[in-house]
Write a protein that binds this ligand. Structure first.
Ligand code: ATP
Ligand code: MG
Length: 285
């Protein structure tokens, strides 16, 4: 039987979370050896450990069938692959930064300036769209020192805290794009591999849904049930069970993590008590 080959980053900011996602999907992965490839004993998948920069190319060529990497690398490499799903980790932004004593008004500042970056394609596309002419210096790393050594007037790079910028006498002036980890696939997967990928995607959805939702239980006075139920969307609708205590019911449902606190506050206003909030292990819609 054929196996689905997945490329993940060998070591770096994406590695741990990529492995964790596979494990959360119930896919066992042999404890780390120094091998560059390994197979799961309980799911038809083979894992290739690669540099993130190389993943788009390998997936395009079918050396790997699918891959997990930052969207920034997908955009920069512009290979012919399918973007399947954002994965919600390794969030970062790609920013323009200039020497901190420079006065900055707007993007026209960059007209005819030299900008150092490891992401020339993303940057060129951005300024082409804006109709601004810039000179791009492509460098592989340590982009932040480019202005102080006279290589460029500005930089375009991934910024997380901004402290690296500061120590190099730079300030962030524009966010060009935000990126996160994404799952990509080859365009022409054979049927058998596509079926494995579909199984994997199904599991990823369940894992992601569960992390975005909470299971809540609460006690509500019966005379406020309608108001409380209206606050709670639930998967179909909440479960309502009578309590032993006359005039009260127990309500069970699932709510979105991002609306969570707001809903809890409103529930309390309607007299809900004994609110329990539980993590969801997996959630199949
Ligand atoms: P490789 O050796 O695989 O080429 P790398 O040095 O290019 O590794 P990392 O620094 O490990 O890559 O970052 C991998 C990805 O993690 C980035 O492409 C980006 O999508 C994401 N990322 C998230 N936060 C940050 C950050 N603060 N700095 C750099 N990358 C980040
Ligand atoms: Mg890289």
């Amino acid at each position: 039987m054929s196996k689905l080959k997945i490329a993940i980053q060998k070591s770096g900011r994406l590695s741990e979370k990529s492995l964790e996602l596979l494990k959360d999907c119930g896919i066992k992965i042999p404890a780390s050896t120094r091998k560059l490839r390994t197979e799961s004993p309980n799911f038809p998948i083979e894992i290739l450990f690669l540099r993130d920069d190389d993943i788009p190319q390998y997936v395009e060529q079918g050396v790997a069938d699918i891959g997990i990497l930052g969207e920034n690398e997908v955009w920069e490499k512009a290979k012919d692959v399918i973007n399947i799903r954002q994965l919600g980790f390794a969030g970062c932004k790609l920013c323009l930064a200039i020497p901190k004593d420079e006065k900055y008004t707007d993007l026209s500042y960059f007209q005819d300036k030299k900008i150092a970056t490891s992401y020339p394609r993303i940057l060129q596309n951005f300024f082409d769209e804006k109709g601004i002419n810039v000179k791009i210096e492509e460098i592989g790393g340590s982009v932040e020192i480019a202005p102080s050594i006279g290589l460029a007037n500005a930089i375009f790079d991934i910024v997380s805290t901004g402290s690296t910028l500061l120590t190099n006498g730079l300030k962030e002036v524009e966010t060009v794009v935000e990126s996160q980890a994404i799952l990509i696939s080859n365009k022409n997967l054979e049927q058998e591999k596509q079926a494995i990928l579909d199984r994997l995607i199904f599991r990823i959805e369940a894992v992601k849904q569960s992390s975005e939702n909470k299971y809540i239980l609460l006690n509500a006075p019966n005379n406020k049930l309608d108001e409380i139920i209206a606050l709670l969307p639930g998967m179909k609708s909440p479960t309502v069970l009578p309590l032993a205590q006359e005039g009260w019911s127990s309500i069970h449902t699932v709510i979105k993590e991002d609306t969570f606190w707001e809903i809890i506050e409103q529930l309390k206003e309607f007299g809900a008590e004994g609110i329990l909030v539980l993590e969801i292990e997996k959630m199949i819609l």
